[in-house]
Each structure stands twice: as structure tokens, then as C-alpha cells.
Design a binder for this molecule. Sequence first.
Ligand code: FAD
Length: 442
Amino acid sequence: MNPQTKHVCIIGAGIVGLSTAWRLVQDGWQVSVLEEGAAPGLVTSYANGAQLSYSYVAPLAEPSALTHLPKWLLQKDGPLRIHPSLSPTFLRWGLRFASHCTTAKAHQTTRDLLDLGYLSRRVLRTWLADAPASWATATGLDYRTNGKLVVFRDSAALTSAAAQVAYQRSLDVGCEQYVLSAAECVEQEPALAAMQHKLVGGIYTPSEDVVDSHGLCMYLERLIVSRGGTLRYDTRITGAIQEGRHCVALKLKSQNAALGSSDEISDVEEFKADFFVVAAGLSSRDLLKNFDTHAPLLGLKGFSITLDCEHGIAPSVSITDSHHKIVFAKLGHRLRVAGMVDLGRENRNIEAPRMAALIAQARDNFPNAGDYTKVQTWAGLRPATPSGRPIIDQTAFDNVYANIGHGTLGLTFAAGSAELLADQLAGRPSSLPRAPFSFKNA
Ligand SMILES: Cc1cc2nc3c(=O)[nH]c(=O)nc-3n(C[C@H](O)[C@H](O)[C@H](O)COP(=O)(O)OP(=O)(O)OC[C@H]3O[C@@H](n4cnc5c(N)ncnc54)[C@H](O)[C@@H]3O)c2cc1C
């Protein structure tokens, strides 16, 4: 197939849709991105934890998840909570999740995600060299290889994490990770000094990166437009026109002019293309019904705060506090703190008790990082599959594909997922096996 003459339409300008668009532009396709928001990356890809966490990919679905279930159901203020629901979506997802909670499946998922993570790292690093350095500043990327340190407060948790390090090393895929004592953790990241007495040790991975997710979305938007791709905002997809199992056009509502195009569009009702890629985050679940495809997605709610740390003592290395399950990333003069997983709460409301808990935990770790009374708060819904692997696959329609379900690590996996989707569309051998990322295995 000659991409030069074919038009691909991507639904969604989050980190996954934009990464896909840029990779397809590079391949020579004519690319349009349709987005219902007013700008790129304003939904789940906005103020997430900023971690490019290539080596920390173990899924939520593993054997101990089942033993923790009663605690997750009962506790009111823990890092992971379940609000049970009788909705078919919730129940089907829960059953499928439980079926993935075996050691063998968790190991296989870890392996698949490490491969995807390292592919993502290779691909993203080339993209970051694709534009003038001034673009990185203008879009607020704050990209750095700063390393990641996961710290532990109890010996059992550290022992189990060390076993995971040993397992990942045995895979021989290039995981460079070290088990550190509490004193070595502080040597690595002096800002931890205030909490050294609470620590038993940590796992350090020097090769991990951070990037501002919204900044990366804006950077990708520039790349796409610079090479002739088109982005249309305020454009909501409401349905599809089909001929059998072929999508002829999307039905959409649009008000504004296109960026990167001289076309004025208002109230356009049909949008034709040769191929369509659904990359609409959690909303993909409903959108894919138009293409007779069931997407097993659940929104795992999480929260973040961002504060100015220019004059404070904030960690330069990315820190994960495994006890509270929160992550810290320094982005220029800002400290981003993110965490919490709430299942069964599919709304983006900022919940005061959850925010207060996150602020208290952040202050407990880094009391002098900045002014915790002046934080920007945010909530998002991670679009998660039961297995923890994203879906990068053809739908039941011959010209409609999905790149969805990146859950807790969409920023990390976006570039590699775009590469795999581009391979599929071009009909060339894939960089990684496709089966792990199919609808069937989600
Ligand atoms: C608290 C928290 C912390 C996180 N931390 C990290 C981290 O540190 N590292 C990491 O790798 N990942 C992290 N994640 C996960 C990551 O943010 C997500 O996996 C990722 O943003 C998903 O991207 P997406 O493009 O699939 O979805 P989105 O960003 O939600 O993009 C989907 C887009 O589709 C658009 N859309 C939806 N429906 C329609 C429609 N009908 N018509 C047109 N457009 C539509 C939406 O407006 C949206 O812009 C975190 C998530 C949360 C909530």
C-alpha cells in the first residue's frame, strides 16, 4: 500500500493519538486528528505523574491482588480503593482482571510491557531529536533522564521488589536496576534525608526519564503540523457511517477552524478517510460500539498536585513512595506528585479528602519542597484493560484500528504503541509480537 495517497483519521489528541499521528506522518500517510477538546492533551494526558517508567511495568493483575481485595474494598483512605458496582462493564472487567491474577500471566505481561517500554524509549528519544531545541522550551517539555528510585518502609516489600528486579534481570532485556540500603538511597537523592529514618531501602534505575505529558502533547502537535498533518479541535465524533464492516465516514460535530489547514469548518457532519484509528482514551469504550467492537476498559481514577519548588528542597531523581504508592517528578521548577487508584469512580471530580491525603503524604516525604498551601490539583481516569496491556489492534471493521487501554503507563508506552500501530497499518512485520496487544488478550 502506498501511504502517500491514503488518508488516516485519528480520533483523540491525547498522548496516544498524537504519538500515533506523528508516527504515521513520518511514514508518509495523510493524517488528520479530530479532538473534542479545545487543545491537545487536556484530558488524561494533562497533569499525570510525568514518569517515563520503562522498567517499572509490573501489572496490577498479579496473584497478591486477590489477597488484597478485602482491604481494597473496605479501606476508606488507602492508595487503592474499590467502589463495587453492579454495572456489567465493571463486573465483566473485574472477572477478566481476576483471570489474569496468576504468576505465569503476570510474568508474561511484565515481559510484554518491558519490551513495549524499551521500544517506546528508543522511539521517543528519536522524536525528541526531531525538532529544534527551542520547541522543547516553548512547549514546556522539561524532559530529562533523571533516574528513578522506589523507596520502601518495610523489609517484606523491599524483599519482594528485589525478587522482581532479579526476575527482570533474568529476562535479559537490559533492565539496569540496583537494590540500595536506606543510606545509599539518601546518597543518591539527598532530598530524602528528612525521611531516612523511615526507610529500609530502595530500588534504583538510572535510565528512567521524566517529561511533562501536556508539554509532550504540544510538542507532538507542532511536529505533526510542521509535516502537513491536520488537527481539528472542538470536533466531537458522534457516530459512523458504514457499509458492511467498512467505515465510510465519521459523523461529527465541529465548530472551529482547523489548525494546519486553511479549511474553515463549521457543523461538518461527515468526515471521510481511508482508515480510522480510535485513540480516545476511556471514551473509546463507547466509540468502538459503532464498530461492533467491545473494548474492556475501566477508568482507574487518580489524582495529582503540582507545586512550585524553585526555592524548596525537592527530589531531582524521580521518587516512588511504595508505602503511599505516590510518585514525585521534578519538572523544571515544578514538583508533580501523583497517585491513588480508585476503581468504580468514573468521574473527574476533585475530591477534597483524596486531595488532602495526597498533600499530607507529599508533605510527609518532602516537607520543605515548596508551599503545599498553593498547589494545582487535578484528577484523571486511566483507561485500563484487565491485563494491564494496551490494545493495539484492528477492530471488527476492516479499516478501523484501536490504540487504547494504556492504563497507568500511557505516557510511557505511547511512542512504542504508535510504532506498533504504524507497522500494522503499513502491513510490514512488527517490531514486537502483536498477539499480546490484541483485543482477545486484553
Ligand atoms: C493520576 C495519574 C497519574 C499518571 N501517571 C502516569 C505516569 O507517571 N506515567 C505514565 O506513563 N502514565 C501515567 N498516567 C497514565 C496516562 O496519563 C494515561 O495512560 C494516558 O494519558 C492515556 O492517554 P490517551 O491518549 O489514551 O487518553 P486521553 O489523554 O484521555 O486522550 C483521549 C482524547 O480523546 C478525546 N476524545 C474522547 N472522545 C472523543 C470523541 N467522541 N470525539 C473526539 N475526541 C474525543 C478526549 O477529549 C481526549 O483528548 C497517569 C494517569 C493518572 C490519572
